[in-house]
Design a protein around this ligand. Structure first.
Ligand code: ZN
Length: 510
């Protein structure tokens, strides 16, 4: 009778929770039993572990083996527990010293030949392990670049089971990761080939992008095809500062769970740009999945930009489902086995054509849509959704003369990003000591209590509230944008100029 214990990590959303893995090898009918809510993937783990051990020339104990994973209440999905299960059995069978495996965390999937395969969610798993203080985490070699992003953790990359067993037996220095930790990125960097200076003839939309970037606001662009709506949206990230370390870790953790991190330079230090197609499923946009819950586009766009082109073409239930993350900064996916919440604080950019036939119009045909059809088409964007869009602009085709006139006013992304950075730092200073860093994040209650512009600045909104063209929620959006305009203008508080301009952006598309 021999028992060995080790540790691994289970993921709940993007939070890593410690799982104790215990193996008991003893008398009884030969066979292996897994305890602790194993799903299908865990049952398959049993077969992978056995093949990997046998094919690596370690004896499979001819005994009764009980492996338990606890707490049993944690959902343990996926293949990342293979390594901990194998190591616990090897410890209980006396192949490796049991005391050597008690402290480290083990993450990884086993191939039938004993190879250790990469798994999803290594960054959040290592972050979860790091909460125990000074820890060692054994990870698949292919995931080591991601694991070393977590400070103050000893990362041991392993390629196969034999290499791991040798290390555990000899107790010598672990294999060193061949990758470096995180280096601070430059404050602003622009993607090559994408620059705001490319967009000529749309001065109002360019200004709107700058304001959105400075305050973290949402934007709606209405206009016919070919007017540069997509070009404009793609350039919004180039105006944003690089992510600070805590935000970069959040964003990288989400992309890690989704399994979409680049292998060699995994830290995502630039705000993401995510542009789902209108035919994408609700699970792809909001989050979901049949066995493992994956973050959707709203979470992949966390701390960045979610662009929905041809917004009225998205299914109504998808558009309605955006309201929750827009309000709370989180997306909750409800499942029979409980709900999972992912971070989802993004800037939403919607683009819409004025009518359903705009594509045809672009090909030389004239629009035959009646005002009713046009109204119904844009009506697919519900009032409650548009209430959460801070700024709305109409993007029209510009004449040759307008293009020539605008050319001298065009600025590069780098120039505008400098102004955005100054405005953001101004807002962050004002919000110091709170959990918020940009104007768009300030909750309504705090906005009313601490950041109410002077009465005279509030005047332009009063009339609109009276006529009903501005809702209470809309008013808060206008005030937030007014603060951003003040930040861009280097003012301590918004005046009537700022609230008027903010109101103009709010009313925007009429
Ligand atoms: Zn039409």
């Amino acid at each position: 009778m021999a028992v060995a214990r080790t540790r691994s990590v289970a993921l709940v959303g993007v939070a890593g929770r410690t799982v104790e893995v215990e193996a008991d090898v003893g008398n009884g009918l030969a066979g292996i039993h897994l305890i602790g809510l194993p799903d299908t993937a865990l049952s398959e783990a049993r077969d992978r572990v056995r093949s990997a051990m046998v094919n690596s020339n370690y004896p499979w104990p001819d005994a009764r083996i009980i492996v338990s994973l606890f707490p049993a209440s944690l959902p343990k999905r996926g293949s990342q527990f293979d390594l901990a299960i194998a190591v616990a059995i090897l410890g209980a069978a006396g192949v490796v010293p049991a005391e050597r495996i008690a402290e480290p965390f083990f993450l990884g999937e086993l191939g039938l030949d004993g190879r250790i395969r990469a798994v999803r969610g290594v960054l959040p798993s290592v972050l979860g392990a790091a909460r125990h203080g000074d820890v060692t985490v054994v990870v698949p070699s292919a995931n080591s670049a991601e694991a070393v992003l977590v400070p103050d953790v000893r990362v041991v990359p392993v390629a196969d089971l034999r290499q791991l067993v040798e290390w555990l037996r000899k107790g010598d220095a672990p294999p060193e990761p061949e990758v470096e930790g995180y280096a601070d990125p430059p404050k602003t960097t622009c993607a090559p080939g994408i620059d705001l200076a490319d967009v000529v003839g749309q001065p109002v939309a360019r200004r709107a992008l700058e304001v959105c970037a400075a305050g973290g606001h949402n934007l709606w662009m209405l206009g016919p095809p070919g007017t540069g709506k997509t070009m404009l949206a793609e350039r919004l990230p180039t105006l944003l500062p690089s992510l600070e370390l805590d935000h970069a870790l959040e964003v990288t953790a989400i992309h890690s769970v989704a399994g979409v991190l680049p292998p060699n330079a995994p830290m995502l230090s630039r705000p993401p740009f995510v542009s789902p197609h209108h035919t994408a499923t609700s699970a792809a946009i909001i989050g979901g999945g049949s066995t493992v819950v994956r973050p959707g586009a709203v979470s992949l766009a966390h701390r960045g930009v979610l662009f929905m082109d041809e917004a009225p073409e998205f299914p109504r239930h998808v558009l309605d489902a955006l309201r929750q993350p827009l309000e709370s900064g989180r997306a909750t996916v409800s499942r029979s086995a409980g709900s999972v919440t992912f971070p989802a604080r993004f800037m939403l950019v919607l683009a819409a054509n004025p009518c359903p036939c705009s594509q045809a119009e672009d090909q030389g045909e004239t629009c035959k849509c009646s005002p009713t059809i046009r109204r119904r088409y844009l009506g697919r964007l519900s009032g409650p959704l548009l209430d959460r869009i801070d700024m709305k602009v109409t993007v029209n085709r510009s004449s040759r003369r307008e293009l020539l006139a605008d050319r001298q006013f065009v600025e590069t992304s780098a120039t505008v990003a400098e102004r955005v950075l100054v405005a953001r730092e101004r807002a962050a200073k004002r919000l110091a000591g709170t959990q918020w860093r940009s104007n768009a994040e300030i909750p309504s209650s705090v906005l009313h209590a601490d950041f109410r512009p002077p009465d005279e600045a509030m005047q332009p909104m009063t009339a609109c509230l009276d006529t009903g063209s501005l809702t209470a929620r809309g008013l808060d959006r206008v005030v937030r944008v007014a603060w951003t305009l003040a930040d861009l203008a280097d003012k301590d508080t918004p005046g009537q100029d700022e609230t008027n301009a903010a109101l103009g952006f709010w009313l925007g598309v009429r």
